[in-house]
Structure formats: structure tokens, C-alpha cells
Design a protein around this ligand. Structure first.
Ligand SMILES: *Cc1c(COP(=O)(O)O)cnc(C)c1O
Length: 445
């Protein structure tokens, strides 16, 4: 192919730009036939890693019912279907109308919500929808900051800032990993926010949504619960129920603990917000919406309606077993000072300071085919890295690992992090453990 120079991507680091330039030069020197083969090989290799070869403890992921995966690959996904079922602009979409009505009604039933929106490309866009439905540019919102695992979409660099919102940090009680209710009351009376966001990318314990709602009512604010990570547990009745506790809105990703396709959702109890969300979804920010993804979402929702309770209970039991075993092995598991245990969710947090930082530790243990990532924790900073590690049990639970298996996983992690064994040496044992768990649980078949 013709030689072209590659300008750096302005937002990427120098190292990332070198990586990109080297790889691009190597790829673009090849013929299309060779690139076609290379593309398929990359997909196959990546798929083998996640589906067979690694112990994936990354909190923001899951595997999906193979039958939902088949629906996701359906050719209806490339066919436009515009407008509400019953009044479609396109013709020949009557079966797609059925799929959309089914997905919507199942989602409402799953979360016991009067209104739901599934025409939401991702959890990030779900948050943008919620901001557009509740705020005008220039308004003030309150959201969890980085130390409380707040999400970039809540912050200046994300959807909130891009939409022109001013973001204030939620007062946070790190000892309980919950909202500092008195601090929030003072801040809200002073700042008069239009929206208060509860939850972020790591939820070890439930939050006091009822207290947040009482304060919001006093100052005329809406309450949004970001259930990106907690969708599956909330659906399974094993974590707090944000809408019943007072949140006006709940957003979420459908591919984390929910275990569905990579998409988003917004649920609300309020008719006025539902009407705005409907217009934001169409004709506002989506035209064609992927009907294949909607079909996959409908099946994933059925998985949760049928198995959600058992799935959620096992995710939590696995997280608690993992945390206890890691602590017994000498790993620095993070426990909120004013709580009795490490977690009541699928999440486990580690203090990354003994391991040189969360990113460094994650890169190191990746070589043992064990995947997790860094997170910010309310602890002293690590220079040039994150001070925490976040682990989630939602995927390994679907592969059928139970408490005993999680205790084995804890031993593998400790061999790398605590005993300093080379991750390459631990990898064979990680592969052997994973080989025993190749069938999905908690899915309809
Ligand atoms: C992952 C996450 C999101 C974004 O979800 P996507 O579906 O990946 O866009 C939003 N909020 C929180 C708290 C998250 O953790």
C-alpha cells in the first residue's frame, strides 16, 4: 500500500503514538488479502483468550449467552428501523416491531420500572441522555469524584462537561464508602444542583439513596443512580433497589454484571422524564437503532428474569470468598474502616501501593492470564499510577467458578503479587484452572 505518514493522535501519549505508528507501518505494508487474514486471526486469538484461556476478573466486562451472541450477529442489525413500533417510517419491519416491544417490556419488568429506554448505544450515552433530560448547559451537578470511583462521564472531561455542566464533588465518607449525607446537605443548599448522581465504577456497599433523595427534594434536584456495574445485582434483588429507594433515574451498561450486549439503558419512575428521554432517543440522538442488539438484549433480560437471583447471590458469595482468601494469603485487600467486611457486591478492591501501583500490577499479572485493572481508592496517592486495584466476579461466576475455585484464584494472585513468582510460571496453572470451566451458567439454553 502507498506509504503515508501518520500524524500523532493528539490525545494519546508519546508511547502510545510510537506503538500506533510502528504497528500501522507494519500493517499498511501488507496486501489487502494478507490484512484480511490478519484481521480474522486477531479476532480468533482475542476470542480464544477471553473465552478459554484467561481468568477475567476485570469488573467492567462479562460473557454473554451464546444464543444472545448469535442474535447479535443477525443481519437485522444492519437494517434501519426508525420510529416507534406501530408507526415505523421503514417498511418490512413488522417482526422488528415485536422485538422492540418485547425488549422494552422485559426491561421494565426486570427492574420493576414504569418507563425504560433501550435505544441507548452505551452506558456513557445513557448518562448523556439523563443529563439532557434533567439539566441545561451551565447547570450544576454533584457527582462522585475519582477517589470514590466516579466515572469520567460524570466529570468535566466526559459527557457532563461536554454538555456544559459544572460538576462538584460529592462529599464522601470513605470509612463507610457511602455519601457523607451532612456534607451533601450543606453543599446542595449552597450550590443548588439540578442533578445529584449516586454511584460510580466500584460499589463495595450500597449508598444511602433515600437520604440523597430527601436532600434533592429540598433543593429541587433530580437524583440519578448510575448502575453501570450494578445492573445484574439490582435485577437479581441482591443489592439496593435505587428506583424504589428514591432515585428518579437509573442508567446502566448492559454488558457488565447485566451480562448482555454492549449497550446502555435508562429507567425512570417519572413520566415527565420519560417523555423527554423518548425524544432524546428518537429523533434526538439515534436514528437507526441496532435491532440485532435489541434482540440480544431481550434474551439477556430473560436470562436475568430466570436466573438473576441465583446469579447475583453467587457473584457476591464469590467476591466475599475471594476477598477473604486474598487477605489470608497476605494480599492487601481494601476494607472500608467502618465496615465489618470487604464487600457486599461483586467487587473487591485491593490497596495497590505494595505492588507499585494499580496499572503496574495489572500489567504484570496479565502475563499470568489473570486480568484486572486499576481504580482510584480513598488512600494516599501512588506517583505516576493509581493507588488501587478493582476486581469483579461477574464473569467467572458465569463460567461456573464457585467459592472453592475463587480460593484457588486467590492463591494464583498471591503467588504473583505477594511471593514474587514470575507470572509466566503461574500462567500454566491459571490455564489449567480455567480449562475446567468452559460452560456458561445462569443463561437460558
Ligand atoms: C462503565 C461505566 C459507564 C460507561 O458505560 P459504557 O457502556 O462503557 O459506555 C458509565 N458509568 C459508570 C459508573 C461506569 O462504570
Amino acid at each position: 500500500m502507498k506509504d503515508i505518514s501518520i500524524p500523532p493522535r493528539p490525545g494519546a501519549s508519546e508511547a502510545a503514538n510510537h506503538f500506533h505508528a510502528d504497528l500501522a507501518a507494519q500493517l499498511l505494508a501488507q496486501s489487502l488479502d494478507s490484512l484480511d487474514a490478519q484481521l480474522h486471526e486477531s479476532v480468533g486469538t482475542a476470542e480464544r483468550l477471553v473465552d478459554h484461556d484467561c481468568i477475567n476478573l476485570y469488573a467492567g466486562t462479562n460473557t454473554m449467552n451464546p444464543r444472545a451472541k448469535a442474535l447479535l450477529a443477525s443481519s437485522i442489525g444492519v437494517r434501519p428501523s426508525l420510529g416507534h413500533p406501530g408507526e415505523k417510517y421503514n417498511k418490512g419491519v413488522h417482526e422488528i416491531e415485536k422485538i422492540e416491544v418485547l425488549a422494552l417490556e422485559l426491561l421494565k419488568r426486570l427492574f420493576n420500572a414504569p418507563y425504560a429506554e433501550y435505544r441507548v448505544p452505551s452506558g456513557s450515552i445513557a448518562n448523556l441522555y439523563a443529563f439532557m433530560a434533567t439539566c441545561r448547559p451551565g447547570d450544576t451537578i454533584i457527582a462522585f469524584d475519582d477517589a470514590a470511583a466516579g466515572h469520567p462521564t460524570h466529570h468535566a472531561e466526559g459527557a457532563a462537561g461536554l454538555y456544559g455542566l459544572k460538576v462538584l464533588a460529592m462529599p464522601f465518607d470513605a470509612a463507610r464508602m457511602d455519601v457523607d449525607v451532612d456534607g451533601l446537605r450543606r453543599l446542595a443548599r449552597d450550590a443548588r444542583p439540578k442533578l445529584v448522581i449516586v454511584a460510580g465504577s466500584m460499589c463495595l456497599y450500597p449508598y444511602d439513596v433515600a437520604a440523597v433523595r430527601a436532600i434533592a427534594d429540598e433543593v429541587g434536584a433530580w437524583v440519578l443512580y448510575d448502575a453501570a456495574h450494578m445492573g445484574g445485582l439490582i435485577a437479581g434483588g441482591a443489592f439496593q433497589q435505587p428506583l424504589a429507594e428514591g432515585a428518579h433515574l437509573m442508567t446502566g451498561s448492559t454488558y457488565k454484571s447485566f451480562g448482555g450486549p454492549p449497550s446502555g439503558m435508562v429507567l425512570t419512575t417519572e413520566a415527565v422524564l420519560a417523555e423527554r428521554l423518548d425524544r432524546i432517543a428518537y429523533p434526538g440522538l439515534t436514528a437507526n437503532f441496532d435491532a440485532a442488539k435489541t434482540a440480544a438484549l431481550a434474551l439477556a433480560t430473560m436470562d436475568l428474569l430466570e436466573y438473576g437471583r441465583a446469579y447475583a447471590r453467587q457473584m457476591i458469595a464469590n467476591a466475599q470468598a475471594l476477598a477473604e482468601a486474598l487477605a489470608a494469603e497476605g494480599v492487601a485487600v481494601f476494607r472500608p474502616a467502618a465496615r465489618d467486611g470487604f464487600t457486599v457486591s461483586q467487587h473487591v478492591a485491593l490497596d495497590a501501593r505494595p505492588y507499585g501501583g494499580g496499572n503496574r500490577a495489572s500489567e504484570h499479572i496479565e502475563r499470568a492470564n489473570i486480568l484486572f485493572t486499576s481504580i482510584g481508592l480513598p488512600l494516599p496517592a501512588v506517583a505516576g499510577d493509581a493507588n488501587g486495584i478493582r476486581i469483579g466476579t461477574q464473569e467467572v461466576t458465569r463460567w461456573g467458578l464457585r467459592e472453592d475455585a475463587l480460593r484457588e484464584v486467590a492463591r494464583l494472585i498471591a503467588r504473583v503479587l505477594v511471593r514474587g513468582e514470575a507470572p509466566e510460571r503461574v500462567r500454566a496453572d491459571a490455564l489449567a484452572l480455567r480449562a475446567d470451566y468452559q460452560r456458561l451458567h445462569f443463561v437460558r439454553n
